[in-house]
Design a protein around this ligand. Sequence first.
Ligand code: HEC
Length: 154
Amino acid sequence: MSRVVAALLFAAVAAVVAGSARPGASQPGASQPGAVPSQTAHYQPPVALSKADAARLDRVIELLESIERNTAPARAVKAGPDRPAVAKTRCAGCHTPAKADKAGGGFILFGDDKATTLKPLSARERTRVKEAVESGAMPPDRALTPAERSALTQ
Ligand code: HEC
């Protein structure tokens, strides 16, 4: 469970427990007219969850779990594809050492011909990559998705 969901769950449990410990909820006699409040009326021992509260808590947990299930893919999209993977699928056709001269204008992006590693780029080369990708000039064949673009330019 993520920390956010755990915190929400804690708050939900606290709210339910606070609800069942409401003064008068378990001590109906205390609110009768003329009743003298006894010492014990001020002390509320920890109350076991009633069936109704337990059921409510179950629904809260179900809801939180469904929120977590539904937000997990969004987080995965945010993390996005990583740079070497994007470069390999979208740039390796023209920018490996072997292909760069003929197909990639001499610009080498990879450390080897199988594109398993990216070549360490100079600051100038990184700027050229950023500009080529952000302007949409590269790759020339098919536009990058926003996630691919940010993986390459971050
Ligand atoms: C279909 C072949 C092809 C693919 C795929 C391709 N490029 Fe290129 N790239 C070229 C060619 C040809 C040139 C040289 C001519 C030019 O600059 O347009 C070039 C030039 C470049 C340059 C040099 C630009 C400059 O400043 O002169 C960069 C940087 C670059 N590509 C990055 C990329 C990146 C990053 C990818 C992947 C997202 C990519 N290219 C994919 C063919 C390709």
